[in-house]
Design a protein around this ligand. Structure first.
Ligand code: AMP
Ligand code: MN
Ligand code: MN
Length: 328
């Protein structure tokens, strides 16, 4: 704990001693990435700091209800001067996408994350793979350093932690996560309304997308591996946004007997985005994804693999089936 505290002290000192910050997160952001960015930005703003909040994709429609969502923007085309760049929830630096180029002049980089595969880029690094969400680390940092905290920050952190833990369900959800949840609720956030905004406000096209994905569902390794895929043609026909598919892979993971779930999404750049989930620590999907140039966590990982949808499906499923077979 004291090592944690001294790392928080180091980060806290840098945050106090500088005045211009850029807070960044990964491309194709999720609730953890965006919620953490806004939460930390609000706290630093209240400390009197000048804060830019950039993500390559900008604010997603589905998270635009977050308090002060307007703070988050796409990065400018020309770099801007900042003292410190802070990467949140970003396993490797190139997952910052175009936001990286916009802060080239930063004198210092802080890397705060919970991905096991994070190599520790940057000058000041805090990576805790036991944390179920980067939001949990940001909460602890703000509290430990006595930084400003209010209900708007709490709502953003609740969204971050809730989405990355599958509503406080995934295995890394700990007593600490529930304690933090309780403290966030104590600030007066409306849990029912927030959960409705997070989980009961999907656009109809998302469910239509699920219907198409289920048509492509297939099984391998005696039904222990389940996958489905989305090609560009179907995505265009349904007019889906990239953000629409977040979480759909959980339908595969939820099947009894399935231990690895995979989602293949054809991209327009000649690559396939692969999302992977495992139900057991014995099958580390981060290691599998790293073989394809990606990364993530033991039970949830991803990669972008060059090739056609059919080629990538075959290569990746073969690799997964080899691992599953060797485990049984
Ligand atoms: P996703 O399947 O996109 O929800 O991602 C699952 C986890 O793996 C997330 O924590 C991502 O940050 C991580 N991840 C996804 N794609 C990549 C990638 N190409 N490289 C490194 N980490 C990734
Ligand atoms: Mn994330
Ligand atoms: Mn995360």
């Amino acid at each position: 704990m004291s090592a944690v505290r001294s790392k928080f002290d180091e980060i806290g000192r840098v945050l106090r001693e500088h005045s211009r910050f850029a807070i960044l997160s990964h491309v194709r952001p999720d609730g953890d990435a965006l919620g953490c960015q806004i939460a930390l930005a609000l706290s630093l703003q209240q400390l009197g700091k000048e804060v830019r909040v950039w993500n390559e994709d900008g604010m997603l429609e589905k998270y635009s209800f977050l308090p002060r969502a307007e703070l988050l923007n796409k990065p400018p085309a020309a770099p801007e001067d900042v003292d410190v760049a802070i990467a949140l929830d970003t396993a490797i630096q190139n997952r910052l996408g175009t936001a990286f180029a916009a802060v080239r002049s930063a004198k210092m980089w802080i890397n705060i994350d919970h991905h096991l595969s994070n190599p520790g880029y940057g000058d000041l690094v805090y990576v805790d793979p036991t944390a179920p969400a980067t939001g949990q680390i940001i909460f602890d940092l703000i509290k430990n350093q006595g930084f400003p905290f209010n209900r708007e920050i709490a709502e953003n952190l609740f969204a971050a932690i809730s989405t990355d833990t599958g509503s406080f369900q995934y295995p890394k959800t700990s007593a600490r996560t529930f304690e933090i949840g309780a403290q966030l609720v104590c600030t007066g956030i409306n849990v029912g309304r927030l959960n409705q905004q997070l989980y009961e406000n999907y656009p109809r096209r998302r469910i239509e997308l699920l219907r198409e994905l289920l048509r492509t569902m297939r099984f391998a390794s005696e039904d222990r591996v389940a996958s489905f895929s989305l090609n560009l043609k179907t995505a265009a026909a349904l007019q889906v946004l990239p953000e629409d598919n977040e979480g759909l892979i959980d339908h595969l993971r939820a099947i009894r007997g399935v231990i690895v779930a995979v989602f293949f999404e054809e991209m327009s750049d000649g690559k396939v985005r692969v999302s992977m989930r495992s139900k057991t620590d014995d099958i580390d999907v981060c290691v599998i994804c790293q073989k394809f140039g990606g990364g993530g966590h033991t039970l949830a990982a991803g990669a972008r693999v060059r090739g056609t949808l059919a080629e990538v499906e075959q290569r990746v499923l073969e690799e997964i089936c080899d691992v599953v077979k060797s485990q049984s």
